[in-house]
Design a protein around this ligand. Structure first.
Ligand code: PLP
Length: 397
């Protein structure tokens, strides 16, 4: 007789989230994932760094790593946060995680109960949004513009929630080269958002996964964790988009007052210590030259996508011109249903992210996200031409 695993299943499983089935299909042109730019990877040098640490420090792999992860890498992160993000964070207030996603899960596990209201960007990276939804949180999306979340709208919405008896638990924002819209919160707004967090005692979780991906335009303002003196900001970032999604290496930074709660969830699933050792060995000597190479490669790819959009899509469509990150946010004529049309695109061999996956109520059907990190400029042009053909055939453009 077969075992009945359905009957045995935990009654505490995460909520199911509906996603467009096409996103799982294999296609030739992938504009739906922020993969590491394969054309900028330094594989030979990374292999040498890995060989060096195994030969030199391999015996340390015989024991378990510290609970918050490889100390050398955390020291490196602390010094990078100080020099690049204007934030002085002690090594002991950083934990390594299995990607930025792993760090986000730690904050969700430590702080979110079913029913909690979470303030978040008007559109929110689906991986994070789904993590909150799976835990039963109630996302409250706040209007954004090209400078990110609008502080006045944030405060108004917090006040409305409080009036209804729902004290929001967290403010979650992707504050640099936002996923999916590309917006970066400017300095003035950062200060205002920190003030609002302090005033209502609602901690901020800022996700800076794209902070290393400046292409051109102004430099980034400092991270909010460095602007706050009251212990109200937690911070997420990663090495995955930079060095390899498959490495599963990210980190969280936190104020001392949050330690006890984070320790209760064990700081999550720690990443491979070997990966941490190798990434540290490589980046400690090469980060700035590697980041410049990635930026130059992404510039070529972004420009190819912008050129192709201009060539194949009509003026009834809009799109952003991002100064960093890996994605372009497109608006199609009102009434377009990008969720359903994805299936047709997949049949033609091209994938994108429909706008509604970035919102809890699944609105935003006339938007879509295109990523440009994975393909060569030539492939990008081929894929965008195909995609335009799909929307043309659907009578949308
Ligand atoms: C804003 C943001 N956070 C987290 C992730 C997950 O990244 P990781 O592979 O580091 O877990 C992504 C990936 O697209 C992202 O865009």
């Amino acid at each position: 007789m077969a075992y009945n695993y359905q009957q045995l299943a935990s009654t505490n499983l995460p909520a199911e989230i509906e996603m467009p089935p096409g996103l799982r299909e294999e296609v030739e042109y992938i504009f739906s994932v922020t993969y590491t730019d394969p054309d900028a990877m330094a594989l030979k040098e990374f292999a040498e760094a890995a060989a060096t640490v195994i030969e030199r420090d391999g015996r340390s792999l015989g024991t378990y790593p510290p609970p918050q992860g490889h100390e050398g890498l955390r020291e490196f992160i602390s010094s990078e946060l100080s020099s690049n993000r204007g934030s002085d964070i002690p090594v002991d207030n950083i934990f390594l995680a299995s990607g930025a996603g792993g760090a986000c899960q730690v904050f969700v596990d430590a702080f979110i109960d079913p029913g909690d209201v979470v303030m978040m960007d008007e559109f929110c990276y689906h991986g994070s949004l789904n993590m909150f939804l799976k835990k039963g949180a109630r996302p409250c999306h706040v209007s954004m513009d090209q400078d990110g979340i609008i502080p006045e709208e944030l405060e108004k919405s917090i006040q409305e929630n409080i009036k209804n008896g729902d004290n929001p638990k967290l403010i979650y924002t992707i504050s640099v080269y936002h996923n999916p819209t590309g917006a970066t919160i400017n300095l003035e707004r950062r200060k205002r958002i920190v003030e609002i967090s302090n005033k209502y005692q609602i901690p901020i979780v800022e996700n800076e996964s794209y902070a290393d991906f400046h292409i051109d335009g102004p430099q980034l303002p400092p991270a909010m964790i460095g602007l706050d003196a009251d212990g109200g900001v937690m911070h997420i970032s990663a090495f995955t988009k930079l060095m390899g999604c498959g490495l599963r290496l990210g980190f969280g930074a936190f104020p001392e007052a949050a330690r006890e709660s984070l320790a209760k969830v064990g700081f999550g699933v720690s990443p491979s210590h070997l990966t941490s050792m190798a990434v540290h060995e490589y980046l400690k000597d090469n980060k700035s030259s590697y980041v410049s190479g990635v930026s130059a490669s992404l510039r070529r790819k972004r420009d190819a996508m912008l050129r192709s959009l201009g060539e194949y899509f009509p003026p009834s469509c809009t799109w952003t011109e991002p100064k960093g990150g890996m994605m372009i946010w497109m608006g199609l004529p009102e009434g377009t249903n990008t969720w359903d049309i994805l299936e047709k695109a997949v049949e033609k061999g091209v994938k994108y992210n429909p706008g509604p996956i970035f919102k809890a109520d699944r609105s935003g059907g006339n938007y879509l996200r295109l990523t440009f990190s994975h393909h060569t400029p030539e492939e990008i042009e081929e894929g965008i031409a195909l995609l335009a053909g799909v929307f043309e055939a659907e009578g949308v453009i």
